[in-house]
Design a protein around this ligand. Structure first.
Ligand code: SF4
Length: 365
């Protein structure tokens, strides 16, 4: 079992973001966390929760003040058994933490911080509507290192309107020079119900797959030359720093999601929590039903999902999972330069194949 906690608050809303998030507004953050603990207690009554990994995402989990977060962590630790946690990640944005807050997180078991940087140049950050300057992100990274966080991830984004390949290379180079343990480099997606999607629809922005491919391949070349393993389409790690939580998700492990809009998958059943924070708090505190969009996943649903997720990884997908019709297509993919010839019973994509991993997965279903 793996645990995810969604904290939906952000100081400013980025125009490309499709996650469930909003500004704190009139929300009482202590009450919000009381609601999460109430949900946790209700879950613990249904199923034993001994998480192997914990992931606090958002939103900005480091936005609440140190004391509020500390009370929440201390309370949560009385609900679940955290003795088997191998990795505990907290997403963080620059300007939302200081050394004391990071020390408190480490004291309570956090082992990994994922810092939302996106770019190291002011121009790209302005297009993205980020609320931090490059120097603030540099200072935030130093705080994490000086506090002794065992594993630090830097989140980057590419193929952003106005971003040149040279600017992207400079962002990659500065990231490498800082020496993080892990880097997530995401291709900007134009998601519905975002300001960026509207601007794309109006013709102000243009999605360009060739551009995406150049940025992707450049990052692959620079990060791997610097000693990172490109172990998933969007993820690079130094040896020993793969994200255990993400790997479990790609492997199809069960996970429990707490918080508004959080997804859970437990024993073939998937649901999404009510994605409205006020309703979430009210219902959780009253012991009401939080689950929405409940679906039962068949073994074939889970198999297809596993193929799609594992194909994106350097570990690849076991050939045995593909079934006869999938196996029959392997030679064609190898011939087209999209996949390597299977080795140790697993099918792995080539860099060219990873660029089109999702459509290869559909072909193999
Ligand atoms: S800080 Fe992250 S979660 Fe918040 S709006 Fe920006 S991208 Fe979305």
């Amino acid at each position: 079992m793996h645990l995810y906690v969604h904290v939906p608050f952000c100081h400013r809303i980025c125009p490309y973001c499709s996650f469930h998030k909003h500004t704190p507004g009139g929300h009482d953050l202590r009450e919000f966390f009381r609601a999460v603990v109430a949900e946790a207690r209700a879950a613990a009554r249904q199923v034993p929760v001994v998480p192997r990994t914990v992931y606090f995402g958002g939103g900005t989990p480091t936005l609440p003040g140190r004391v509020v977060l500390e009370e929440f962590l201390d309370e949560l630790r009385t609900v679940f058994d955290f003795s088997e946690v191998a990795e505990w990640t907290v997403e963080a944005n620059p300007r939302t933490f200081d050394r004391e807050k990071v020390r408190m997180l480490l004291d309570r078991g956090v082992t990994r911080v994922s810092l939302g940087v996106q770019a190291w140049d002011a121009g790209t950050l302005a297009v993205l509507g980020r609320d931090h300057a490059p120097d603030e992100a540099r200072a935030a990274y130093r705080v994490l290192r000086e506090a002794g966080v065992p594993s630090v991830n830097i989140d980057l984004m590419f193929s952003i309107p106005g971003q040149s390949l040279e600017t992207w290379e400079a962002t990659v180079a500065e990231t490498i020079a800082l020496g993080p343990d892990h880097v997530s480099a995401y291709n900007l997606n134009y998601e519905e119900d975002t300001e960026f999607f509207d601007r794309l629809t109006r013709g102000e922005f243009r999605a360009d797959e060739e551009n995406d491919a150049s940025f992707f391949l450049r990052a692959d070349a620079l990060f791997t030359a610097a000693g990172f393993e490109h172990y998933e389409v969007s993820n690079y790690a130094r040896p020993g720093h793969h994200s255990v939580h993400n790997q479990a998700y790609w492997d199809g492990a069960d996970y429990l999601g707490l918080g508004p809009g959080a997804f859970s998958t437990v024993a073939g059943r998937r649901w999404k929590n009510v994605a409205d924070t006020r309703s979430y708090v009210r219902l959780a505190l009253a012991g009401g039903r939080l689950e929405r969009e409940v679906e039962s996943l068949t073994p074939d649903d889970l198999r297809r999902e596993r193929i799609a997720l594992l194909l994106r990884t350097s570990a690849g997908v076991p050939v045995s999972v593909l079934g006869a019709s999938g196996e029959a297509k392997v030679a064609g993919l190898v011939g087209a330069g999209l996949a390597q010839a299977p080795a140790d019973g697993r099918l792995r994509l080539t860099p060219a194949g990873r660029l089109v991993a999702d459509s290869v997965a559909v072909e193999l279903w």
